[in-house]
Design a protein around this ligand. Structure first.
Ligand SMILES: Cc1cc2nc3c(=O)[nH]c(=O)nc-3n(C[C@H](O)[C@H](O)[C@H](O)COP(=O)(O)O)c2cc1C
Length: 379
């Protein structure tokens, strides 16, 4: 068993703890990143933005590139299928937005994305993957900005891509590769395959970040111990539980901390989350965005259906305060929830939707894929 990593090095960037907030479309906006950062330490990646949208100045894309004033390490995930757009987008992120880290999304399982050969489908085209990574690295290197890629095991069990992707990422000059231990066909179902993470660690020299099914800080420690990963990427486990980052930071310091907030403390966290969303987006949109988090915060608590429904319709901070005041602040944390999955799970796909003939050629150099400017569905 190797020693526990205490920090994470991505090229010139040093992260105090080997913990990364997984990019999650519609979730990891500036407000949520700040909320998590207030709890712990780590790298907090912005939700995915599209290369083409950024290059063409699409307003929606630009609106997503908002950073909190306290966010000193700006980290952004780019989606792209065209090396030229990805290169240009990386240049814009470095030159205009002062980012310190760029991650590239090659894991998205959404049919709308894989149908066009994007996301988790793309690494099948080894040559095209290399071209995209090389362009991104070439654009970011003059700024000293590390580029990483995030991917899945492959399209399905018969079409695994992650070991080749790791080698290609390393050859292209990527600073690390993050592996979600599921195939595209699995979407979010079943269990993440940590053995694949270990196999990738064996296969490449660059740092490997392990991703999938870290629900508690102890899972993160188990993952790095079992796989030799340089760090962990945490997604669904922190939904409605930003304090998980406190526990993770403590765990990598060798302490065993499991924060178990009372309902009163959870309510205070909900208020803080809503307040940050409103600061960044205005009260109307901020409250609307907040609604999707309510059921995650209250998971396992006794709050009744009527209260949940009202919170799910909240339209002002004043209304939120009135509702939160009705909760029993002394209700203890529902410990039965610990270690259990939250957020998306779904079922496996019978068939991954791919462009016609996609699997016939595993190189795809110079291949031109239609890239959407407004792809926001995430991974
Ligand atoms: C709501 C949601 C949105 C996501 N959006 C993205 C995304 O934009 N980019 C990406 O690479 N992965 C995305 N993912 C995948 C996560 O980053 C992560 O790989 C996955 O959830 C597995 O990690 P976990 O078990 O810790 O959740 C998303 C996941 C969820 C649940």
């Amino acid at each position: 068993m190797s020693a526990l990593p205490t920090s994470l090095t991505l090229g010139s960037l040093r992260v105090d703890v080997p913990v990364v907030l997984a990019p999650m479309a519609g979730i990891t906006n500036a407000a949520y990143r700040r909320l998590c950062a207030e709890q712990g330490a780590g790298l907090y990646v912005c939700e995915m933005i599209t290369s083409r949208g950024l290059v063409e100045g699409d307003q929606h894309t630009r609106d997503m590139l908002v950073f909190d004033e306290l966010e000193t390490t700006r980290s952004v995930q780019l989606y792209g299928t065209d090396p030229v757009y990805v290169g240009k987008a990386a240049e814009i992120l470095c030159a205009e937005y002062g980012v310190a880290h760029i991650d590239l999304n090659f894991g998205c399982p959404v049919p709308k994305v894989t149908r066009k050969g994007g996301g988790g489908a793309l690494p099948w085209k080894r040559g095209l993957l290399a071209e995209i990574l090389e362009q991104a690295v070439a654009a970011a290197t003059p700024y000293g900005v590390p580029v990483t890629m995030k991917t899945r095991k492959g399209i399905d069990d018969d079409h695994l891509t992650y070991l080749d992707a790791g080698r290609i990422a390393q050859e292209a000059g990527c600073a690390a590769i993050a592996l979600h231990g599921r195939t595209v066909a699995q979407a979010y179902s079943g269990a993440a395959d940590w053995d694949a993470i270990a196999a990738l660690v064996e296969h490449v020299d660059i740092p490997v970040l392990g991703n999938g099914d870290v629900w508690e800080a102890a899972d993160a420690i188990r993952m790095v111990e079992q796989t030799g990963a340089a760090g962990v990427v945490v997604g669904r486990g922190c939904l409605g539980r930003p304090w998980l980052f406190r526990d993770l930071a403590a765990a990598f310091r060798g302490e065993e901390v499991a924060t178990l907030p009372t309902l009163g403390e959870v309510a205070a966290m909900m208020r803080r989350h809503a307040e940050l969303l409103c600061q960044h987006m205005g009260e109307e949109r901020g409250c609307k965005e907040f609604r999707k988090h309510v059921s995650w915060y209250l998971k396992g608590f006794a709050a009744g259906g009527e209260m949940r429904r009202s919170l799910g319709l909240v339209d002002s901070l004043a209304a939120l305060d009135r509702l939160l005041a009705e909760l029993d602040p002394s209700e203890p944390f529902p410990v039965a929830e610990l270690g259990s999955p939250r957020g998306r799970q779904g079922s496996p796909r019978e068939r991954v939707v791919l462009p016609e003939g996609w699997l016939d050629d595993a190189d795809g150099s110079g291949c031109h894929l239609q890239e959407d400017a407004s792809e926001t569905t995430g991974g």
